[in-house]
Design a protein around this ligand. Structure first.
Ligand SMILES: Cc1ncc(COP(=O)(O)O)c(C=O)c1O
Length: 398
């Protein structure tokens, strides 16, 4: 019988969208390590290393572990574990992923109180003050630190403080923030944080590293009803990661090896150096985009370094430009989501993709592609502005 499929063939891309991002060859090599059993004592040692490194990147002494599902799985594991039907959950919403969280909480039968604010802007904490005052007995407050759909850094420490003042647990999405900018789980009082390796950690997609406070774990253990999802029950996952290693699911061994190596690389670089690499590289990208006359809608003080939101110029076909950048340069940039669909682009500089050379490559591609679609730019202007900015910084790529 002939096999018409042949070997796997995937085009080589430069990933400059909202994630996944490029993965360092060292991480890819770790993922091709022969697998062990998930109940092998040698594997438990790797899990302990992962948990220890997560405590460092999350800046916490709380329990850390990995949910064997993508970032949305970490999101759903928290909601599934903390919420019982009828519980009041106040949910800050200023982007696409916040709305996803709301949909999940509604499915769990929570009394969902969305606190919606303008996309592309940092939320005014007073909105949360008002919502908590109107909803005494709120069990959980949720927020996203770095909304990848809008490119905004949200005032997480303040939101967390308000949640605690109201006696609620605080759950934070750190999918795009972890290891790309400062994250202080203990100092900020975050009870449950979840992330994904495929952004600033530069690991493989499909896992969700989490940090859970003792108070939050106690909430799960003392529920009146069992969580509706067995797979996403944080107490059961904790029992596998804990000293007894109680059998739960078959751990995704190869991806865990990749995450382990990605974490080790982040710590070798040093978190402050890594944050600075993201900041300096992003400033060069912004300088280049601005020199091309493109509008960056997020106010300067609220911008993420990991993800830059760009207004699609009037009359320009969002999709056609991105497709040509992909076809001609093999560079992926992101489209807008939700209300930003069709009118915003998103360029990511995360993890291993966050490199000076990539900034120059994407600007050069835009200088060629944009005029072909009717938006004139001075060829070389973006690259020159970015180069001038890069010259001010000492950026070392691991
Ligand atoms: C802020 C944020 N939260 C959650 C998710 C969902 O993660 P995943 O796609 O890994 O399920 C994403 C994905 O891009 C995200 O950017």
């Amino acid at each position: 019988m002939t096999n018409e499929f042949g070997p796997l063939s995937v085009p080589r891309r430069l990933l400059m969208g909202p994630g996944p991002t490029d993965v360092h060859p060292r991480v890819l090599r770790a993922m091709s390590t022969p697998i062990t059993g998930y109940l092998d004592s040698a594997y438990f040692e790797i899990l302990d290393e992962v948990a220890e490194m997560l405590r460092i990147v999350y800046e916490t002494r709380a329990t850390t572990m990995v949910v064997a599902a993508s970032g949305s799985g970490g999101m759903e594991a928290g909601l599934n574990s903390f919420i019982e039907p009828g519980d009041t959950v106040v949910m800050c919403s200023y982007g696409h992923f916040c709305e996803r969280m709301i949909l999940m909480a509604e499915r769990l039968g929570a009394n969902v109180v969305p606190v919606r604010s303008e996309w592309g802007r940092a939320m005014d904490p007073q909105l949360l003050v008002d919502a908590l005052a109107a909803n005494p007995g709120t069990k959980l407050v949720t927020a996203i630190h770095a909304e990848t759909s809008t490119g905004v850094l949200q005032p997480l420490p303040e939101l967390s403080r308000l949640a605690h003042d109201a006696g609620a647990l605080f759950m934070a999405d750190m999918v795009t923030s972890l290891s790309g900018c400062e994250v202080r789980v203990d100092e900020w009082g975050v009870d449950y944080a979840y992330s994904g390796p495929q952004k600033c950690l530069a690991g493989p997609p499909g896992l969700s590293p989490v940090a859970v406070s003792e108070r939050a774990l106690e909430t799960v253990r003392t529920r009146k009803t069992l969580p509706s999802s067995w797979y996403l029950d944080l107490d059961l996952i904790d029992q596998y990661w804990g000293p007894d290693h109680v059998h739960h699911h078959t751990s995704p061994v190869s991806m865990m090896f990749g995450l382990r190596e990605a974490l080790a690389m982040a710590l070798e670089e040093g978190l402050p150096t890594r944050f600075q690499r993201h900041a300096s590289t992003a400033s060069a990208l912004r300088a280049g985009l601005t020199a091309l006359g493109l509008e960056l809608p997020v106010p300067a003080a609220e911008r993420l370094n990991q993800l830059t939101l760009i207004q699609v110029p009037d009359g320009i076909d969002d999709n056609a430009v991105r497709q040509q950048v992909l076809d001609d340069y093999s560079i992926e940039i992101g489209r807008g989501l939700g209300e930003f669909r069709g009118n915003k682009w998103r360029i990511g500089l995360m993890g291993h993709s966050c490199q000076p050379g990539n900034v120059l490559a994407v600007l050069s591609a835009l200088e060629k592609v944009l005029p072909a679609h009717g938006y004139e730019v001075g060829v070389g202007a973006g690259v020159a502005a970015a180069s001038a900015e890069l010259a001010k910084h000492d950026i070392r790529v691991p």
